[in-house]
Every structure is written in C-alpha cells, then in structure tokens.
Design a protein around this ligand. Structure first.
Ligand SMILES: [Zn+2]
Ligand SMILES: [Zn+2]
Length: 244
C-alpha cells in the first residue's frame, strides 16, 4: 500500500472495506466490522438510573445517589456497562491509539443516540468534549473525548467545540484518587475559555467512560453557572457501583 500522508484516510477506508469482525475475525455482516453475535454479546446497559445511567436492576428508576443529591447534569446516555470487552476496547483506543476501534465505538454510540433522539430525547445545540490536561494530552498525543465528539458530530450533524472547556493546571490522574479526593481536586480543575457562549444552550458533554460522575458534575455545574439551559452527558460506558 502506498504511504498515506493524510492519516485520516486509512481510518475511513478501513471502515468502508467490510472484511472481518474486529472482535472475533468472523465475516462481519454490518458496515461497522462487527459481526451480529459479537454485537449481541456486548455488555449493553439495560436497567439503569434515568438520570446518571448507573446500572440498576430495573429501568425507569432514579438511583439513591441522584435522589439524595440531584446532579448538575440532566441526563447521562451510555450504550454499555463498563465491562468486558468494552473496557479493553476503550483501553486500546485510549492508550494504544487504536483509532479504528475508537471510530467503531463512536459509530455505535451515534446509532444509540440517534435512536434516543427518534424516541424523543432532545437534540443538543452543541457537543463539548471533556478536556484533558495539556500534559496528559501531550503524552497521549490526542484527546479521546475530542475525537469521539468529532465523530459523533459528523454522524449526528451536531457542532462540537473542543476548546470551550479547559482544564486548568495538571490535576493528578483521577483514577488514582478516592471519591473525596477526586471532588476536591475537580472543584477548581476546569474553566470556560473566553470565546465560549453557553447562555441558553442545551449542551452535551462527551467522554469515554463515566465512573463516579465527579468530572461530569464539576463541568455541568460550571456550564449551568455560566447560563447553560441543559447539560447532558454522552459516553461510551458507565461503570457499575463499586462492588456490584
Ligand atoms: Zn464477531
Ligand atoms: Zn443516578
């Protein structure tokens, strides 16, 4: 194959060539390079909190956490529980820069959101990816949330603004902190850029995984304070409650 100077092209052509399932190598019968049995076996999020999408035994309920302390965001949309193989696919996308995998996940998330819009979910005015600290973005070379927002925007015809939300300073990696430390750490971690105009807008934050929801809470609070009318959260996967 000829060397391609534009690195976007191989990703697109990879998706157009239906060959084999990217999970099991069997012939794929969908445009997404995912065979129908692998698709059926993904950890689809079934019963969940209708605010924060926490996995629950039933649908249509609100979890104890959201009842006690209603979050600043309005609704979390996620197709999957953070479980095998979604967890390892997201890890490969983030840490090994497997863009075609990320793009596949992004397309499936777009489909999920498209169905939700058809079922009456309000379409947002704008997508806002959760920012990475500059240092972490330099290490990784890209922000996976910004890529997801770009792909969702293409598929769903929604604009995205990757620079409106900014992470101030280099907060320690959130995964290494307990919930209380995460909250303390996040309270001053974000800011809106000077060119951002969020008053009256319905915004959707985009991220790969929603864990405690502390990052989404912190960003949603910031956006609501700045006048946003509504803040939803779109992510690939939602973690279950610790111990579930
Ligand atoms: Zn398969
Ligand atoms: Zn909840």
């Amino acid at each position: 194959m000829r060397c391609q100077p534009d690195e976007r092209l191989p990703v697109y052509s990879w998706l157009k060539n239906k060959q084999s399932c990217s999970l099991c190598d069997e012939p794929a019968d969908t445009a997404q390079r995912l065979c129908s049995s692998c698709e059926a076996e993904l950890p689809w999020l079934r019963g969940h909190c209708r605010v924060c999408a926490l996995p629950l035994p039933d649908s249509g309920l609100v979890c104890g956490g959201c009842l006690q302390r209603p979050p600043s965001f309005d609704r979390v949309l996620a197709p999957w529980r953070y479980a095998f193989p979604i967890d390892s696919l997201i890890t490969r996308f983030k840490h090994q820069a497997k863009w075609p995998l990320g793009r596949l996940l992004g397309e499936l998330l777009s489909q999920h959101l498209g169905h939700a819009f058809d079922d009456g979910l309000a379409r947002p005015d704008l997508l806002l990816p959760v920012p990475l600290a500059d240092r972490r973005q330099r290490q990784r070379g890209f922000n996976q949330a910004a890529l997801l927002a770009l792909w969702l925007g293409e598929q769903l015809q929604l604009p995205a603004q990757a620079r409106w939300l900014q992470r101030i300073g280099d907060t320690p990696a959130q995964q290494q902190l307990d919930a209380a430390a995460r909250k303390r750490n996040l309270r001053r971690a974000f800011a809106l850029s000077a060119e951002s105009r969020v008053t009256g807008l319905h915004l959707a934050l985009v991220d790969d995984v929603l864990t405690t929801g502390a990052t989404a809470e912190s960003l949603a609070r910031l956006l609501k304070k700045a006048g946003a009318a509504r803040v939803d959260v779109y992510c690939l996967a939602r973690t279950p409650k610790p111990g579930d």
